[in-house]
Design a protein around this ligand. Structure first.
Ligand SMILES: *Cc1c(COP(=O)(O)O)cnc(C)c1O
Length: 380
């Protein structure tokens, strides 16, 4: 029997039902260490930095959702990326997308470069990426859709180029979640997630993941992980396990809301442009349709003036002005001073992020309330 994705958010077929009380909710093994039956013997668990049953259950579910063979749970998305970057050594070159979550761009710029890894940014959605490859290029790193400009990269085409030079294709799949897109099935070697967003789903904890299908990468990453201790704690693992149970229904509702809001904004006189890959007018619409099950629930738009930005941010009443995304509640973000504050202003300008750019994470509230809220905040 093969379980569909909705069921895999909740069940593992070969679940370890060893709990002697028959607990339905997976127990939180809040322990740092484990007793050994004798010398050279182990219950399978020795120390929670290396492995913990609650975290392991979460990792199995995420591996199954991403169609990988192993998923590793980290204390945050940035901890996942930091660990992935330890696969590389001084002299290596990484080609990254020019439009990325600001924290990832900062990690590449301030930490990877200090460690001797050179990083070149290019627009994977439209540039000729082959011309940016050097003899030392060891990996490509992209988000698709990108944060915040919603550019779409053809994952399979980029993975083919990466593999032709024996480089790794790494995809940050945070914006769509494994419910809507599975990069490993499109040729990616490593999928990264900020589990803080759709996977946990309730803005109540931080988490990160790296998912792979090769046992070599799994061994390498697990070895780095147990050495540097970037692991997710048992209680947070449990929170993410609970959040994932509703991933499918949350994504369905949020995506449906996002489509209606994108259409509303597109027709609003104060909105200059809407970036949502589910709109036919979006440059990446066809690729998005081909490689993902939906366009997701994130959208970015430009209003007519900085005055309108200020008014909107202070007048929204249901939607809240905050960073982050992927929770049940809708959040409006101002990338220029929030998520992308540390990115060079020139780079932001090239990417199209201006003082009138806003990013909306659409939640699962009633869509009419959200549209009414946007409408009143725009018309004030
Ligand atoms: C939030 C985010 C991250 C960072 O994850 P944290 O869990 O906040 O450390 C990385 N990539 C994307 C696309 C994100 O939105």
């Amino acid at each position: 029997m093969e379980l569909s994705v909705e069921s895999r958010c909740i069940h593992l077929l070969n679940d370890n039902k060893s709990d002697r009380y028959g607990s339905i909710s997976f127990p939180i093994y809040q322990t740092a260490t484990f007793a050994h039956p004798g010398i050279g013997q182990s219950t399978g668990y020795d120390y929670s930095r290396v492995q913990n049953p609650t975290r392991e259950q979460l990792e199995k579910i995420v591996a199954s959702l991403e169609c990988g063979t192993d998923a590793i749970a980290f204390s945050s998305g940035m901890a996942a990326l930091l660990t992935i970057m330890e696969l590389f050594k001084p002299g290596d070159h990484i080609l990254v997308d020019s439009d990325l979550y600001g924290g990832s761009a900062r990690l590449f710029k301030t930490i990877s470069e200090k460690n001797g890894i050179s990083v070149t940014a290019t627009d994977f959605s439209k540039d000729n990426i082959e011309s940016a490859i050097t003899k030392d290029t060891k990996a490509f790193f992209v988000e698709t859709p990108t944060n915040p400009m919603m550019n779409i990269t053809d994952i399979r085409a980029a993975a083919d180029i990466a593999h032709s030079i024996a480089a790794l294709m790494i995809v940050d799949n945070t914006f769509l979640s494994p419910y809507l897109q599975n990069p490993l099935l499109l040729g990616a070697d490593i999928v990264m997630h900020s589990g803080t967003k759709y996977l946990a789903g309730h803005n109540d904890t931080l988490a990160g993941f790296a998912v792979v299908k090769s046992s070599k990468l799994s061994d390498q990453l697990r070895n780095i992980y147990k050495t540097i201790g970037t692991n997710l704690a048992p209680f947070d693992s449990w929170l993410v396990l609970r959040g994932i149970q509703t991933l499918a229904v949350r994504m369905d509702r949020a995506q449906e809301n996002a489509r209606k809001i994108a259409e509303f904004l597109q027709n609003h006189p104060k909105i200059e442009k809407v970036y949502y890959p589910g709109l036919k007018s979006h440059r990446g619409y066809e690729i998005q349709k081909k490689q993902a099950k939906g366009a997701g629930a994130m959208l970015t738009f430009n209003v007519d003036s900085y005055e309108s930005v200020k008014k909107m941010l202070s007048n929204i009443r249901v939607i809240q002005f905050a960073e982050s995304l992927g929770g049940t509640e809708s959040l409006l973000t101002y990338p220029l001073t929030q998520t992308h504050a540390d990115v060079d202003r020139n780079v932001l300008a090239i990417n199209g992020i201006t003082e009138t750019t806003l990013r909306l994470s659409v939640g699962i509230e009633n869509v009419n309330d959200l549209i009414e809220d946007l409408d009143q905040a725009l018309s004030l």
